[in-house]
Design a protein around this ligand. Structure first.
Ligand code: ZN
Ligand code: FE
Ligand code: FE
Ligand code: ZN
Length: 265
């Protein structure tokens, strides 16, 4: 069975389409589950230009997800997800926010290194102002902290720092092993996110180097398109499925009320 656990919608202001259009596209592809996982609001509506406000979460997002779960019952399973942001200092707020809704799962993503939105094309020039190895080092430190925080169920696009094609010049194996040992201990899953194929790096998140480590450590996998337009739901899932067969024993994780179980793809 196939489940796309990473989708956005118009509420984040940098995606298009209603939540229902994402569900309908998933049905047209014959997916078994669709997870709605728009970008979370943040404390004081920080960075609301690229995410819903907390008020919109309550007035538009949560009720619409729950309406769609009922409306499409029997045709597709709709999961109530969220793409969280890991930022040091916000943990208490995030914990309290995440406890207020019956989420099936929360993805934990690192999109910011201190105040730098490093995956935002507007700020890509900043890669050239810093040492690329320091950027990678800080990125994986944040991934480890996000796993240790206990706030999330799935590590989102775990090598997002490569998005624009910047590569470390030092060997990364030790950092990666240290990082995914922490992830393993956390019990979290790691997503195979196909959106990297649509970005300048033109590579799946994560790389096969990382997938081999995940496989060695027995870390469970989920699937996500990170669709920001309904037509991208399930994008490149044929390739992703082949990776699940190779690096995940042909099994993916699904979540219900934040409890993980495994199914065969
Ligand atoms: Zn987004
Ligand atoms: Fe993301
Ligand atoms: Fe996303
Ligand atoms: Zn994402």
């Amino acid at each position: 069975m196939l489940a796309d656990y990473h989708t956005h919608n118009y509420l984040c202001k940098h995606a298009d389409g209603t939540l229902e259009q994402y569900v309908q596209h998933a049905i047209s592809l014959g997916l078994d589950e669709i997870g709605l996982s728009d970008h979370t609001p943040m404390p004081d509506n920080w960075d609301h230009e690229v995410r819903m406000t907390e008020a919109q979460f309550w007035s538009d997002y949560a009720p619409e997800v729950q309406r769609l779960q009922e409306a499409y019952r029997g045709r597709i399973t709709v999961k109530f997800g969220l793409e969280g942001d890991f930022m040091p200092g916000t943990e208490t707020w995030v914990k309290e926010f995440n406890a207020k809704s019956p989420f099936d799962y929360v993805i934990g993503s690192v999109h910011y290194l201190d105040d730098w939105g490093f995956d935002n094309p507007l700020f890509v020039a900043k890669y050239d102002e810093k040492d690329v190895n320091d950027i990678y080092g800080l990125y994986y430190e944040r991934i480890r902290q996000s796993a240790e925080s206990g706030l999330f169920d799935i590590i989102g696009h775990c090598d997002l720092v490569k998005k624009f094609g910047h590569r470390p010049t030092k060997a990364m194996e030790e950092v990666l092993r240290e990082t995914f040992k922490v992830v393993k201990r956390s019990g979290m899953a790691v997503e195979i996110n196909t959106s990297g194929l649509r970005k300048p790096v033109k590579e799946m998140y994560p790389s096969e180097t990382i997938l081999a480590i995940l496989s060695e450590y027995g870390i469970p996998l989920t699937l996500g398109s990170d669709a920001h337009t309904p037509g991208d739901v399930g994008k490149d899932f044929g390739l992703a499925k082949a990776l699940v067969e190779r690096y995940g024993n042909g099994r993916i994780s699904v979540f219900t009320q934040r409890q993980r179980s495994e199914v065969t793809v």
